[in-house]
Ligand binder design. Structure first.
Ligand code: HEC
Length: 175
């Protein structure tokens, strides 16, 4: 019944006082505890709140490029993403064409190669990247995004600056 055979054991550990800890009440508690860990605050939040010193010069330059090049058209809002589906490969096709993305579910041809635009909060901590995990480093992901989605070949220092900015999205709790 439990996909993960460790589940009953982990519930015993989490609720040691209880005889039969695998209850719906405890499942709700456990999910809520997990969800609380998803609340993330980072240096970019400090910057947004008005502390202009929260970002270094390179990180601020990366943020400017992120805005000026149009990464924010898709990676939008407070989570820098998570708000829409978009085609992967707008200017240049993605190498791996096997997964047609959302179209496989909706049967809508117009959504071929559409994937959820992921939030970039904590992105530096969650390699590998893209839906197939084929992109190993954050630098490579940034470079590829610019090429595939915006038709731009970034200079090495631009890749470094944008990557430096994305690292300011690392939640403080993980430091
Ligand atoms: C047209 C929309 C669009 C634009 C513009 C765009 N992205 Fe993305 N981005 C996406 C989508 C969709 C994905 C998910 C791709 C996948 O899952 O295969 C993604 C994934 C990523 C990832 C990998 C996240 C992960 O967890 O796998 C990074 C990093 C990223 N984008 C950064 C950028 C940067 C930096 C720019 C600007 C240079 C940019 N993106 C511009 C739509 C966009």
């Amino acid at each position: 019944m439990w996909r993960n055979p460790a589940t009953p054991f982990l519930f015993k550990k989490a609720f040691p006082q209880q005889k039969n800890p695998l209850t719906y009440q405890n499942i709700a508690e456990a999910i809520a505890a997990f969800e609380r860990t998803l609340v993330t605050t980072d240096r970019f939040d400090d910057f947004l709140k008005g502390n202009l010193e929260a970002l270094t010069e390179v990180e601020a330059k990366g943020l400017k490029l992120f805005i000026d090049y149009g990464c924010i058209t898709c990676h939008s809002g407070r989570l820098l993403g998570g708000e829409m589906y978009q085609k992967l490969g707008i200017y240049h096709p993605y190498e791996n064409q096997k997964d047609i993305g959302r179209a496989a579910v909706t049967k809508n041809k117009a959504e071929k190669y559409f994937f959820k635009v992921p939030s970039l909060r904590n992105v530096a901590l969650t390699a590998p990247y893209f839906h197939d995990g084929a992109v190993k480093t954050l630098e490579e992901a940034v470079e590829k995004m610019a090429w595939l989605q915006l038709g731009k070949k970034l200079k090495e220092e631009e890749v470094q600056a944008i990557t430096a900015f994305l690292k300011t999205l690392n939640g403080k709790r993980f430091q």
